[in-house]
Design a protein around this ligand. Structure first.
Ligand SMILES: [Zn+2]
Ligand SMILES: [Zn+2]
Ligand SMILES: [Zn+2]
Length: 156
């Protein structure tokens, strides 16, 4: 959404296009790669969620906006593991988010990008996950597995 978009505009568009009458709760805005725009994270009751999902795209001011499901997957910035954050990390050794080294990601000097989660998973479970990406990559096989597990535990 462009930064100048107001909550009222979004709400109105939702009412017209998706027949959603109740006020949706705007959880937060995520800055996007495109300058001057942001992703809006809305919290929806199950019924509205299905309406939105069917809609797929939301037109505001003649521009189509992609509607996507947002998954709140926790990933630790210290050990790069899932389901906890750095402040609750059980590991006292930092792991890098862009190589498999044991140092904080910001101190990384490695020219090669390797995902420690995928690399470890391959080693332990004999899988063949592609591993040449950052741990924060949305295409990371370990991340996608977490999303799948998350979906299973959530009832719509
Ligand atoms: Zn951790
Ligand atoms: Zn590194
Ligand atoms: Zn990965």
């Amino acid at each position: 959404m462009p930064d100048e978009t107001t909550e009222d505009e979004v709400q109105e568009a939702l009412a017209i296009n998706a027949d959603i009458k109740e006020m949706l709760n705007i959880r937060f805005k995520l800055s996007s790669r495109q300058p001057g725009t942001a992703h809006w994270i809305l919290e929806t009751p199950s019924e509205s969620f299905h309406k939105l999902k069917r809609l797929g795209k939301l037109p505001i001011h003649w521009t189509m906006h992609q509607v996507q499901e947002f998954f709140h997957i926790k990933r630790c910035n210290n050990c790069q593991g899932f389901r906890h954050l750095a402040k609750d990390c059980p590991s006292n050794r930092p792991s890098c988010g862009s190589c498999v080294g044991h140092h904080p990601t910001r101190k990384c000097r490695s020219p090669q990008v390797v995902c420690i989660n995928c690399a470890m998973h391959n080693q332990i479970h004999g899988t063949r996950f592609p591993a040449y990406h950052h741990t924060s990559d949305s295409g990371c096989s370990c991340y996608l597995r977490e999303v799948a597990l998350y979906k299973e535990t959530r009832d719509y």
